[in-house]
Design a protein around this ligand. Structure first.
Ligand code: 99T
Length: 209
C-alpha cells in the first residue's frame, strides 16, 4: 500500500476526531491518513495545530497539497467524497438534509458536553457558574430525548453521518459524564448504542478510559 498522503491532527479522547476516524474505518480509507497526536485545550493551545487552524481546534486535516480542512463537518464531507462505496452523507434530496440535521443535533450534544468539560476541568472553581452549566446539560437532555422519541428507526437503518455523530456523542458522555445514567432515561438509545458499539469501527476507536 502507498504511504498516507494526508495528516490528521488527532487526539484519542476527542469525539470530533472520533467521528473522522469512524468514517475512515467505515469507508476503508484508514491507510490514506497519518495520525499526528496532539495535546491541547483552549488555555493551552498547540502551536502546530494553531499553524494549521487559527481556531486552535482538532480535528484538522492536512491534504497532500498542503492545504488544510477543518472542522469535523467539513472533513467528514470531504472524506465521504473520496471513496467509491455507498456515501455516508446522502448526496441529494430530503435524506441529505434530514441526516445532516440529525448529525448537527449530535454535534450540539458534543458542543455542550465539551463546554461542560472545560468548565469543570479547566475553569477555577470560584469562577464557575452553576446555572450556565445546568443550561448546557439541558441541551444534552433535550437532544437525547429527541433522538429517543423521533429518530431510533432512522438511526438503526444505516451507520451513516447521523449515526456516527450520535455514537461519538454517547461515547463521549460515557467518558466525561459516567454518572449521567442516560441509559435509564433513554432505553431505545441504549439498545441501539449497545449494538453499534460492537461494530469493528467503534471497537477500534474507543476512547481510553
Ligand atoms: O477549544 C480548543 O481550543 C481546543 N479544543 C478542541 O480542539 C476540541 C477537542 S475535543 N475540538 C473541538 O472543539 C472541535 C469542534 C469543531 N466544531 C469540530 O471539529 O466539529 C476535546 C474533548 C476533551 O478533551 O474532553
Amino acid at each position: 500500500m502507498s504511504s498516507p498522503s494526508m495528516t490528521l491532527f488527532y487526539s484519542a479522547t476527542s469525539p470530533f476526531v472520533r467521528k473522522v476516524m469512524l468514517l475512515l474505518h467505515e469507508t476503508g480509507q484508514l491507510g490514506r491518513v497519518r495520525l499526528e497526536e496532539v495535546q491541547l485545550s483552549p488555555t493551552s493551545p498547540n502551536s502546530v495545530v494553531l499553524s494549521h487552524n487559527p481556531a486552535g481546534k482538532i480535528p484538522a486535516l492536512r491534504l497532500a497539497d498542503g492545504s488544510v480542512l477543518h472542522d469535523s463537518r467539513v472533513i467528514l464531507d470531504y472524506l465521504d467524497q473520496q471513496h467509491v462505496g455507498e456515501p455516508l452523507i446522502p448526496r441529494h434530496g430530503p435524506a441529505r438534509w434530514r441526516r445532516l440535521t440529525l448529525a448537527s443535533l449530535a454535534d450540539a450534544i458534543l458542543d455542550a458536553a465539551v463546554l461542560i468539560r472545560y468548565e469543570t476541568f479547566l475553569r477555577p472553581e470560584e469562577k464557575r457558574w452553576e446555572p450556565w452549566q445546568a443550561a448546557q446539560q439541558e441541551k444534552i437532555e433535550r437532544a437525547l430525548q429527541q433522538f429517543e422519541s423521533e429518530a431510533i428507526a432512522e438511526l438503526a437503518s444505516h451507520f451513516d453521518i447521523a449515526a456516527i455523530g450520535l455514537a461519538s456523542a454517547l461515547g463521549y458522555l460515557d467518558l466525561r459524564q459516567p454518572e449521567l445514567n442516560w441509559r435509564q432515561r433513554y432505553p431505545q438509545l441504549a439498545g441501539w448504542y449497545a449494538e453499534v458499539c460492537q461494530l469493528p469501527s467503534m471497537l477500534a476507536t474507543q476512547p481510553p478510559a
